[in-house]
Design a protein around this ligand. Structure first.
Ligand code: PHE
Length: 384
């Protein structure tokens, strides 16, 4: 992890402080606290993902601790920055497991980064809960790997049905980030359902996450004359694609999945994202539970008036589900915690009630949002 000077001083101060209060540093459950690892993209290309997710996760840990902690101990959240760099997730998760002896790991948002770290958690029998990685392969890594969100076969189906029924699209272009497991998976599941609905994929094009110029592909997309363009990517590229599509006169809706969700989408996309659509996990505008309303109010208080996005809500839920499992296990032993997470049933969380199914995924509804007037407008909730 790269640290700038101020952070370095803060980290030194924090570690001195922790060394002072925490006599035994290993194993993770043996000291005065229960150590929980978190890995998230706090810097780099998709940084708003990790920042939002971390804010939700940290707030949950603070609330749990304020209410007395778990098994008579405080949770101690150890957060590592994956910097949106390939290879970094494996490095930091190895560190959390071997050096810090954490009892469980929360993270990552992006599927490619969860896929990179999951085998390490599995091998070491450290339960891992991804708050929001949606590629189905993440939890297939093994029986210690869980998530508290839906998966992309569902999200792809939701957006294909939305294209067919609401947009009345018959001919769609698909524009995929071939560097991202998330993007490739979501494109595949979208196409399967859209074709099953009788639709036609008129053109398929690729880009690489990090690209800035999409004009060549967008020119080909325009020439194919689609009714809509599905862009299953992350916000930086999705916003630039919207901007360049508008410049080139692609005058049909563009739409994507949860990867579009970021305040940066509005900053980068400006006017060009107006009238476009995305699916995601949670909206503070949907009629939610009391728990959801309380979460929104507390989050705004804790984070300077910021409204929580889906990532924050999923991060919050991942920590709640873990704390509940440790409580039910009556122990922070890895296998017992694993078994308790697997047995999670109808647990009241912010995004919805969470039941972990036999594939270690959560079966949950999706929300569809439209971008209107520089804001998200809530359209509908789609049940599984
Ligand atoms: N689902 C995305 C992935 O698997 C990550 C993501 C979740 C992005 C929620 C935005 C909001 O990579």
């Amino acid at each position: 992890m790269k640290i700038w000077h101020g952070q370095f001083l803060a980290a030194v101060a924090a570690s001195l402080f922790l060394a002072g209060c925490n006599q035994s540093s290993a194993p993770g459950a043996g000291g005065d606290t229960i150590k929980v690892g978190e890995f998230a993209s706090l810097t780099g290309k998709d940084a708003t993902f990790g920042i939002s997710s971390h804010e939700g996760t940290l707030m949950a840990v603070e609330e749990i601790n304020a209410a007395g902690g778990v098994l008579g101990k405080k949770l101690e959240l150890l957060t590592e920055d994956t910097q949106c760099k390939a290879g970094e997730s494996a490095t930091v998760v190895n560190k959390l497991v071997s050096r810090d002896n954490v009892v469980a790991i929360l993270g990552e948002v992006a599927s490619s980064r969860s896929l990179e770290a999951a085998p390490i958690c599995q091998q070491n029998k450290i339960p891992m809960i991804s708050p929001s990685s949606t590629n189905p392969d993440v939890t297939k890594t093994g029986d210690y790997i869980f998530r508290v969100c839906f998966i992309d076969p569902f999200q792809g189906t939701v957006m294909a049905n939305f294209a067919t029924k609401t947009l009345k699209a018959k001919r769609v272009a698909v524009f995929t980030d071939v560097k991202s497991d998330y993007s490739k998976g979501l494109a595949k599941f979208f196409k399967e359902q859209f074709k099953a609905n009788g639709g036609e994929i008129v053109v398929e094009l690729d880009y690489n996450g990090g690209d800035k110029d999409f004009k060549a592909q967008l020119t080909a997309i325009k020439a194919a004359n689609p009714d809509g363009v599905f862009v299953p990517g992350y916000y930086t590229e999705a916003a630039l694609i919207c901007v360049q599509a508008k410049q080139l006169g692609v005058n049909v809706p563009l739409f994507g999945g949860d990867g579009w969700e970021s305040e940066k989408l509005f900053e980068i996309g400006g006017d060009a994202i107006e009238g476009n659509y995305l699916s995601t996990h949670y909206s503070p505008m949907a009629a939610g539970s009391d728990l959801s309303r309380k979460f929104v109010a507390n989050y705004q208080k804790r984070w300077n008036g910021k409204t929580p996005d889906a990532l924050a809500a999923c991060g919050y839920d991942s920590a709640l589900v873990l704390a509940d499992a440790i409580k039910r296990a009556g122990s922070s032993d890895g296998q017992k915690v694993r078994d308790a997470i697997a047995a999670t049933k109808d647990f009241p969380a912010v995004t919805s009630r969470i039941t972990i199914n036999e594939h270690r995924d959560a079966t949950k509804s999706a929300v569809i949002l439209r971008i209107k007037g520089g804001k998200y407008e809530y359209l509908e909730t789609v049940e599984p």
